[in-house]
Design a protein around this ligand. Structure first.
Ligand code: SF4
Length: 506
């Protein structure tokens, strides 16, 4: 479910709201820090992390390059296991297939475990409109459902709330004051949801991985709710993105090593369930009927696109969000889509195929590359953000002021005399606005940048000015003592400057 009214604003205005929300900033900072440290410790303890990261990347590259083959294998095997398979091209189609199944079963309630695809297709809204109760059973999802909000993190949906805010929400639901104590709060939710599991007509799950060789689907979770959802109700529906496939159980070993460590710093989640079809006669539990809805919803647009195909490699671990300095300040709702952080900044416009509507989201990044370093399957998100910005300009959605600024900078930077003059003028001009070695001028195009940070001022002596002094002071003997490659590089720089002023450069 999208946050009400969220798309009426821009990334900038939503980010402004987040930056002024002290509770949100503290809560997001605290949890992302904990997750980042957990991931760091778990990957160091693994001992061979980079090698496994590369193995993960190769598995995902291979699978997506042969997605038609593995999807076909998965579908044939799942059907042989007794699963009903449906294909949905769009989000509306996916939601309507799930609704048809629920109507056919005369369902009055659906219990759900965590599924980002169900958020993507706004399933709760569609079910509720038809009079069917949709109950989130993941603790974080349950909290944000009560708050009427969208998830603000792929793995920790209620990351932006602290326990006092959560106690307030749950107290309203309980009709009594609940202490802001995690044991009390979790105890209330457990009791409440237990009744819902037993009453529900349908269980709806997401899918972390779908194993082609046996037609099975695999779920990773910590609360046991996905296991309840997939065993208690008589009918199970699974919503899966079409890229969730991996070829074999042997490949799952690599993914099961990468995913929990990257997501929460755990060696393995508390529960890992492999489901191969509905209940058989000898099984103690499980659904009598099982449906898998395979959702495209813009994913096939990435296939064959050399710049964006690797997006389909994503295993939704959330590590790039925890590593991103922008996400850590503004949380997930500022991004405005189902997916947030660096992956959301690229995936949302890519899935929608609509850069115009999302043209500011690609700017919510410092391009530092921390997302790439964190990603367990090495998706080059920082490069993709640049491609997206380029496409935005090519499609005529660029910011005119920014375009003029870049053209002006190119004209100055391409000529050493102009560049030196600009630096000199900047050094003189900045004197009126520099405070404590920084510039905090909240005017014109600098206002947004300087409202929440101090921009560093130009150095009193630039590198080039220091270089000139060095160049004048070094004598022949000192040059001769230098490493040849350093000397040649210095001579080249002096030649490139085109000033001919060096006594050693010619
Ligand atoms: S892009 Fe990488 S780090 Fe981010 S959610 Fe996907 S797999 Fe995880």
């Amino acid at each position: 479910m999208s946050q009400p009214g969220v798309m009426d604003e821009t990334v900038k205005s939503r980010a402004g709201l987040a930056l002024n929300d002290d509770f949100l900033r503290k809560a997001v900072k605290f949890t992302t820090e904990r997750l980042r440290n957990g991931k760091k410790a778990a990957s160091e303890e693994h001992g061979n992390w980079e090698e496994w990261r590369e193995r993960g990347r190769q598995i995902r590259l291979h699978t997506i390059a042969h997605l038609d083959y593995y999807l076909n294998e998965f579908v044939n095997n799942a059907r042989a296991n007794g699963v009903h398979i449906h294909f949905a091209d769009t989000s509306a189609e996916a939601a309507s297939i799930a609704l048809d199944i629920a109507m056919h079963k005369q369902a009055s309630s659906v219990v759900k475990s965590k599924s980002m695809v169900s958020e993507e297709v706004h399933l709760n809204h569609v079910l509720e409109k038809a009079g069917i109760e949709a109950i989130e059973t993941d603790l974080g999802e349950y909290i944000i459902q009560l708050a009427g909000e969208a998830p603000s993190h792929i793995v920790i949906p209620a990351i932006h709330k602290n326990r006092y805010q959560i106690a307030e929400l749950l107290s309203k639901e309980a009709g009594e004051i609940l202490e802001p104590d995690t044991t009390v709060l979790a105890g209330f939710v457990r009791k409440k949801l237990r009744e819902k599991f037993l009453e529900a007509d349908i269980g709806l799950t997401g899918c972390n991985f779908a194993i082609a060789e046996t037609g099975s689907m695999v779920l990773f979770e910590n609360e046991g709710n996905a296991r309840m959802v997939s065993t208690v109700p008589k009918t199970q529906i699974t919503l899966m993105g079409m890229e969730r496939i991996i070829p074999s159980w042997a490949d799952l070993e690599v993914m099961a090593t990468l995913l929990p460590r990257s997501a929460t710093g755990q060696k393995l989640t508390m529960y890992m369930s492999g489901i191969t079809g509905p209940r058989r006669s000898a099984d103690a539990d499980g659904p009598d009927e099982m449906h898998i809805i395979i959702v495209d919803n813009g994913r096939s647009l990435q296939l064959g696109d050399p710049e964006f195909q690797e997006l389909l490699n994503c295993i939704r671990c959330g590590a790039c969000l925890n590593a991103c300095p922008v996400y850590r300040h503004i949380g997930g709702h500022a991004y405005g889509g189902t997916y947030s952080g660096p992956i959301g900044a690229v995936l949302t416009p890519a899935l929608n195929g609509n850069i115009e509507e999302w043209n500011d989201i690609a700017s919510a990044s410092s391009l530092c590359g921390a997302c790439y370093e964190a990603c367990p399957v090495k998706i080059p998100l920082h490069d993709m953000l640049v491609y997206l910005r380029r496409r935005k300009v090519e499609e005529g959605h660029g910011n005119k002021l920014e375009t003029m600024g870049m053209k002006g900078f190119a004209a100055v930077a391409a000529n050493s005399k102009r560049f030196a003059l600009a630096i000199r003028l900047g050094q003189i001009g900045q004197k009126t606005v520099v405070r404590n070695e920084g510039i905090s001028l909240k005017l014109g195009p600098l206002k947004g940048w300087n409202t929440y940070r101090i921009a560093p001022s130009l150095a009193k002596k630039s590198f080039r000015q220091q270089w000139d002094i060095l160049d004048r002071e070094l004598d022949q003997q000192q040059y001769a003592a230098m490493d040849t490659s350093v000397r040649e590089r210095m001579q080249q720089i002096v030649r490139d400057r085109g000033q001919g002023g060096s006594k050693h450069g010619k």
